[in-house]
Write a new protein. Structure first.
Length: 272
């Protein structure tokens, strides 16, 4: 999701620095942005000049120290508390005291991440929806210790990207995943029990409930491993059957069937 967040920031005129863990990951991320923009030019959504302007607002690096002068840093690393704390601990040492830190986590406690820094008053959640360039929503996760000023700045920034914001307390799942996860669990259980084909489950929800993407397709798009992690976080907090991950999902993850990014999940995909 990092490339999507960087893209929308650059598209709205914000000078944006993208930091990746190595040159290969950085190249792939920048290539994703270029491909998305080039498709927009092809479809007449933007001009070549506009695409060039967006790219001029982007700069890539592999060094956290290059973020030292940023006013806002949005983290989008793997959904693992220790990894996030490590990154934010290092950022806290190099960024200026006024910098606001935001996590794009879909389930991990914001306050627990903020403990790795000396700025809990300037630390909150900005949870973008995937794919970031197309989805209109950003969840702002507002811990008790974040200042009113930092919250206002983050909200104004998200809205400057053309996003609609909703605000949630710092509890597992926030708003969207708290409600979405039981729905996804039930879809997997229906397929697991042989109640319907994967296609009929997805078509039933798309046409019967008006959702743009059926639940099994959505799982493939988000990533089965990412969704399983979120389910486990929610089930730990609230040990209710509706949050318990289906056995089939665990099996698929253990087999490497992680969804679109792996070339196979509930459906098969051509690898890029």
């Amino acid at each position: 999701m990092g490339s999507g967040i960087a893209q929308v920031c650059a598209q709205k005129g914000h000078p944006t620095i993208v930091r990746e863990v190595n040159e290969d990951a950085l190249r792939k991320g920048m290539d994703r942005i270029r491909s998305f923009l080039a498709e927009g030019v092809k479809r007449g959504k933007m001009t070549q000049g506009q695409m060039d302007q967006v790219l001029s607002n982007l700069r890539g690096t592999t060094l956290l120290a290059d973020l030292r002068d940023c006013d806002l840093v949005i983290e989008a690393v793997v959904e693992n508390l220790q990894e996030k704390r490590k990154v934010f601990g290092e950022l806290d040492q190099v960024c200026k005291a006024s910098t606001i830190f935001a996590s794009n986590t879909s389930s991990i406690s914001i306050s627990a991440q903020a403990e790795a820094t000396r700025r809990p008053d300037r630390f909150l959640g900005l949870h973008f929806m995937n794919p970031v360039p197309l989805m209109k929503l950003v969840e702002i996760v507002r811990p008790d210790r974040v200042s009113a000023e930092a919250y206002a700045v983050a909200k104004a920034f998200a809205e400057s990207l053309g996003k609609t914001t909703v605000t949630a307390k710092d509890t597992p799942g926030f708003i969207v995943n708290l409600i979405l996860v039981p729905y996804l669990c039930e879809a997997v259980r229906a397929f697991e029990r042989g109640l319907a084909t994967r296609e009929d489950i997805d078509t039933g929800l798309e046409l019967g409930c008006g959702v743009p993407m059926g639940p099994l397709k959505l799982l493939d798009f988000v990533g089965l491993d990412t969704t399983l992690y979120i389910m486990d976080v929610l089930h730990t907090q609230w040990p209710e059957p509706k949050y318990e991950a289906p056995a089939l999902l665990r099996t698929m993850v253990s087999e490497g069937r992680l969804g679109k990014k792996a070339g196979r999940g509930f459906y098969e995909y051509a690898k890029a």
